[in-house]
Design a protein around this ligand. Structure first.
Ligand code: NOJ
Length: 580
């Protein structure tokens, strides 16, 4: 492995650099971690029922260890009617038989630990499933009862309570309120659900709800989990009186409705909950962490979730949603590092997850093919797959060179695109049904992984059954083919992850490299590695340092970087010396 020398072999003058941050000397693993998201239902199916499962994940841990990851984040595997991909939990302390058993979970944690991989699980505290015993009890109990007080029940407005209590909208479309039938058969109260009607929101003003989730935290911490990714971590507490809100249902700012005024998001009392959880985690060995899934803007506000006494990480969605544009990318990287540094928290970079178009698809969209909303369907203009793949590899290389934590979504290391021609009858995302098909939803990024080019369901299992269809393109992108190909996306990820560790890039420093600052090339230096991402239309001449890694196989020979390619150069080695 090439070692970094502290001093560039060709001195850089101070006017070539803008310093953003120093390297970080902390040993805390989560400040520079690589965490790989597994969406269990689509990862690997061990029993051939068409649904991925926990034994399937355990069986393939060796493949993930090859990526040199620090942890796996498991999307929900709890008992659930699966109305929202398991984010509708009916029992927080068990495993859905669809995915296996608690013994399977323990076996996964044990084997992962042996490979140096932590298992982080998904905690869904804002809402549960309407099949949860607590909600069923609330439906059977009278208005005003302790059982109802676990949730947010209100009388309706209008002379007969026939209208929802306020105008809040569900993330998935339609009203955020559903009216129940009381046990005596009369039309009754309404309950709040910021998501699907099958996902009633808990009442976090009630200490009994807090106690219940403390129990859940202890249950899993005692089983050795490495922490929790906290679902909609900005929504738990609602503003007193539940005032009307005409802004976006996801709490992000829109014209006339700044996100910080949204009454269902980012309420100040929420932070006390996380302070108490941080205290609970601190009672356990192994530095378990909390990572917030919080759609909060601007970044200055988001840092409230990662102050030293609260969560360790929060996803940087501003980065994820940045377009393919050098000026925008430089801007979001610069403001993210500077802003998170003000509270001593790492920036946690992410490009894909189970809720968005995979970045190999997103970056293949042009102004003409972009479609508002989520999902792409057979009727839509299709993305340019080749462009998307090239840009995705380059964008991932850039991300892996940034200081801070990184989240990878299963399959991005294979360069997988979304299934953009999925027939409607397969769609399961509640937003599809709740909007009458106007929103296609997120099923396209959840198709089962291709493991073997010649296997049933491309090696997802041995039976060929699959809960969602796989797109044609997956056949040429299977893991076995890519493992055998030195120029594959998988090989690029493996080399990048290796070098990231060898050069301590996750805990690294950051200086903008000014010779490219006015161009469409993003250029920065981290711990002696010069990173260049060409987001323009023309080739770029490489500075005279040796190429450590490049998404463009010709770059080291031609000394040029083609459009939509990324290169890492070693400031400690002169170009040419590497070729000797
Ligand atoms: C965020 C999750 O990532 C998403 O999949 C889910 O639908 C919502 N939260 C509701 O739990």
């Amino acid at each position: 492995m090439t070692q970094t020398t502290a001093m560039p072999v060709i001195p850089l003058s101070p006017d070539q650099l803008i310093h953003v941050r120093d390297a970080n000397s902390s040993n805390e693993w989560w400040r520079s971690s690589v965490i790989y998201q597994v969406y269990p239902r689509s990862f690997r199916d061990s029993n051939g029922d068409g649904n991925g499962d926990l034994p399937g994940i355990t069986a393939e841990l060796g493949q993930l260890a090859e990526l040199d990851i620090d942890a796996i984040w498991l999307s929900p595997f709890y008992p659930s009617p699966q109305r929202d991909g398991g984010y509708d939990v009916s029992d927080y302390c068990a495993v859905d038989p669809l995915f296996g058993s608690l013994d399977d979970f323990d076996a996964l944690v044990t084997k992962a630990r042996g490979l140096g991989i932590r298992i982080i699980i998904d905690l869904v505290p804002n809402h549960c499933s309407s099949e949860h015993a607590l909600f069923k009890a609330a439906l059977e109990a009278p208005a005003g009862s302790a059982e109802r007080n676990m949730f947010i029940f209100r009388d309706g407005s209008g002379p007969n309570g026939e209208f929802p209590p306020n105008n809040w909208q569900s993330h998935f479309g339609g009203s955020a309120w559903t009216r129940i039938t009381e046990p005596d058969g009369s039309a009754g109260q309404w309950y709040l659900h910021l998501f699907d009607s099958s996902q009633p929101d808990f009442n976090w003003d009630n200490p009994a709800v807090r106690a219940e989730f403390e129990r859940v935290l202890h249950f899993w911490l005692q089983r050795g989990v490495g922490g929790f990714r906290v679902d909609v971590a900005h929504a738990l507490v609602k503003a007193p009186g539940l005032p009307d809100w005409g802004g976006r249902a996801d709490g992000c700012s829109s014209e006339g409705f700044p996100g910080w005024e949204a009454p269902m998001f980012g309420q100040p009392e929420i932070h006390d909950i996380y302070r108490s959880w941080r205290g609970i985690l601190a009672q356990y060995d192994g530095e378990p962490i909390l990572c917030a899934e919080a759609s909060i803007d601007p970044l200055e506000r988001l840092t409230n979730w990662v102050r030293p006494d609260q969560m360790h990480q929060t996803f940087n969605f501003a980065y994820l949603s940045t377009a393919w544009n050098a000026w925008a990318l430089r801007g979001v990287i610069d403001s993210s590092l500077r802003t998170f540094d003000t509270v001593g928290a790492p920036t946690t970079w992410v490009l894909s997850n189970h809720d968005v178009l995979r970045h190999a698809t997103r970056f293949g969209l042009t102004a003409e093919t972009s479609r508002p909303g989520d999902g792409i369907g057979p009727e839509d203009a299709q993305p340019d797959l080749e462009l998307g793949r090239r840009r995705a590899g380059a964008a991932s290389m850039l991300m892996l060179a940034l200081p801070g934590g990184v989240y990878l979504y299963q399959g991005e290391e294979l360069g997988l695109p979304d299934h953009t021609r999925m027939p409607s009858e397969y769609r399961q995302d509640p937003s599809f049904a709740r909007t009458g098909g106007a929103r296609l939803g997120r099923d396209g990024c959840r198709a089962p992984l291709p493991w073997r080019a010649d296997g049933a369901a491309l090696g997802f299992n041995d039976s060929g059954a699959a809960w969602l269809p796989q797109p044609e393109e997956f056949a040429g992108l299977s893991r076995d083919l890519q493992r055998a190909d030195d120029n594959s996306m998988l090989s690029l990820y493996r080399r990048a992850l290796d070098l990231r560790r060898a050069h301590h890039l996750g805990a690294g420093s950051m200086d903008w490299y000014l010779p490219f600052q006015d161009s469409a090339c993003v250029a920065f230096i981290n711990n002696g590695v010069l990173v260049l991402l060409n987001m323009g239309e023309a080739d770029i001449d490489l500075p005279p340092f040796a190429v450590l890694l490049s998404s463009d196989p010709d770059a080291p020979f031609l000394r040029k970087l083609a459009p939509a390619q990324c290169a890492w150069l070693d400031l400690g080695t002169v170009a040419g010396d590497d070729m000797a």
